[in-house]
Design a protein around this ligand. Structure first.
Ligand SMILES: [Zn+2]
Length: 60
């Protein structure tokens, strides 16, 4: 089964999907700012997740 990342639109294997935990609300909010149509429970790919973590760290 493939998973298409709603953020980068790349087709990836299911195991690369990351469901962002509610404890990481700041990441969810940042993604939603850039992608208002994104549904949190659909998750993102590992690459996008890492990207947003880096983005948030560099803002601090
Ligand atoms: Zn992605």
């Amino acid at each position: 089964m493939k998973f298409i990342c709603p953020i980068c639109n790349k087709e990836l294997p299911r195991e690369l999907r990351v469901i962002i935990p509610h404890t990481e609300r700041h990441i969810i909010d940042t993604i939603k700012e850039e992608h208002p149509e994104w549904v949190g429970k659909n998750g993102v790919c590992k690459k996008c997740y890492d990207y947003y973590i880096k983005e948030l760290n560099s803002e601090r």
